[in-house]
Design a protein around this ligand. Structure first.
Ligand code: HEM
Length: 453
């Protein structure tokens, strides 16, 4: 083939990939986005909520919606707001993640546009978007490599990483908490989980951002294209990495998954999907937990004093942050058959926005639900990690990470204050900070103390 022919062929295949990307975006993002915009224009409050990424006043918004009852069905989109109702839906076989709910023709078109392409964190075989029996199989395999014992091993490395990051901050008196700390600890933990050598971890930061973006529904074409390209780059790198681990397995989650045998064995595509999911579901969410916590503690210095005076309160503080400023604000489910939830009839095919953040402020479960109280006895009853079969697989790890990150941060910098202007991420389902500048008064560093269990 002449160089000119080769160039032409390259152009044609680039154009084909661009067209396939438009189809993928249209079906997975563009059409739902248009439907939500249309419903919002017609005054649908649930749709308005889905469209508004800023949401400065969560309290008024959720209380307003809650007045419609535990399940609000004002239009095309239903919203589940009550704690008991959300638990009931998330634990029921009558509802699912609804990946097969698209009309057959659309499904075929989508399948063609995704042929030969790596699946993202919200595409099968990702656990997050598969129903049983496939979900049961993936979850069983991954859980085997993700036991509490393995999580405990990560604690030691996590503590060492947090100490190093704080050392690197040295005597800095002003820094962006997200950039210098809240994002670097989770990326190191995910690097450990996936067996990524330290010198290659920096790249995970950018890919993690993109993977998290793809979890957010209704992306614009530009956002989608950027995230999609970044994930293709991640997949290229990941497959090479997987081959290295197969030759020389380490003591990490991914190496343990590569050696599973029999019914539990995962093929290359499934392993890639686990990698994508861990990066998409486990990175930005934990960054948000840490930064949301610092923002809340800053606004409530009396609560900060309490936990600084009694480090045993850090575990409860992490749950109270997850409850009050949930990193995952909502998820989606579809009704597979007619059902009744908390006295409300829900018809087959109904799309439901599961408002985890609203359920976490349900006054029937949490006294004075809008108050931030680090000693709240039932803070851990929140459903920030969802409920039922998709309950977050990384919940134990995320709680541990939150505790270690916050305790060590405030022990090193007891006088740390947020010193705006901060900026929230422009995502809808994920709620966290893109930027959170903090200042540290010049005072001698404190020694770390051991957390009381
Ligand atoms: C504060 C941090 C985190 C929050 C708030 C969070 C939240 C969630 C939520 C709400 C779901 C379920 C979504 C649904 O029901 O549709 C979920 C699923 C999942 N999370 Fe997390 N997550 C966090 C951290 C992590 C970490 C650190 C990891 C792993 C490293 C992780 C791995 C997963 C996986 C694999 C699933 C899919 C489980 C399934 O579908 O069976 N998450 N997470």
């Amino acid at each position: 083939m002449s160089p000119r022919q080769a160039a032409r062929q390259g152009q044609r295949s680039a154009a084909r990939e661009e067209a396939a990307a438009v189809v993928r975006w249209g079906i997975s993002q563009g059409l739902p986005r248009a439907a939500v915009r249309f419903a919002a224009l017609r005054g649908d409050e649930v749709a308005k909520l889905l469209l508004d990424p800023a949401r400065p006043d969560a309290r008024a918004l959720y209380d307003g919606l809650r007045r419609r009852g535990p399940v609000a069905l004002p239009g095309a989109f239903g919203a589940v707001l009550g704690h008991a109702a959300a638990n009931a839906v998330l634990r029921s076989d009558s509802f699912g993640v609804g990946n097969s709910e698209l009309p057959t023709a659309v499904r075929r078109l989508y399948a063609r546009a995704t042929r030969g392409r790596v699946p993202g964190p919200t595409e099968p075989p990702s656990m997050l978007v598969t129903d049983p029996p496939l979900h049961t199989r993936y979850r069983k395999s991954v859980s085997k490599a993700f036991t509490p014992r393995h999580v405990a091993v990560l604690e030691e490395r996590m503590t060492a990483t947090a100490a190093r990051l704080l050392d690197e901050l040295g005597t800095a008196s002003r820094f962006d908490l997200v950039d210098r700390y809240a994002s670097r600890l989770p990326v190191a933990v995910i690097g450990d989980l996936l067996g990524v050598p330290p010198e290659e971890r920096q790249r995970l930061l950018r890919w993690g951002d993109s993977a998290a973006l793809l979890i957010d529904p209704g992306l614009t074409w530009r956002q989608y294209r950027e995230a999609d390209r970044a994930l293709a780059a991640f997949a290229d790198w990941f497959l090479g990495h997987l081959r290295r681990l197969r030759r020389d397995p380490g003591d990490d989650l991914l190496s343990r998954l590569t050696v599973l045998e029999g019914d539990d064995a995962l093929d290359e595509r499934e392993l890639l999907s686990v990698g994508m999911l861990v990066l998409g579901a486990g990175f930005e969410t934990t960054v948000s937990l840490i930064s949301n916590a610092v923002a809340l503690l800053d606004r409530h210095p009396e609560q900060l004093s309490k936990v600084q005076g009694d480090p045993g309160l850090w575990a409860g503080t992490v749950d109270e942050v997850l409850r009050l400023d949930s990193p995952v604000q909502f998820t989606m489910r579809v009704a597979y058959e007619d059902s009744v939830i908390e006295g409300v009839e829900i018809g087959e095919g109904q799309f439901l926005v599961m408002m985890l953040a609203a359920a976490n402020r349900d006054p029937a479960v949490f006294d004075d639900p809008h108050t931030f109280d680090v000693t709240r006895p039932n803070a851990a009853d929140h459903i920030a990690f969802s409920s039922g079969i998709h309950y977050c697989l990384g919940a134990g790890l995320a709680r541990l990470e939150g505790r270690v990150a916050l305790r060590m941060l405030y022990e090193r910098f007891p006088g740390l204050r947020v010193s705006g202007p901060s900026r929230r991420r422009r995502t809808r389902a994920l709620r966290g900070f893109a930027r959170l500048p903090v200042t540290v008064p010049k005072s001698p560093a404190r020694q770390f103390v051991t957390e009381a269990e």
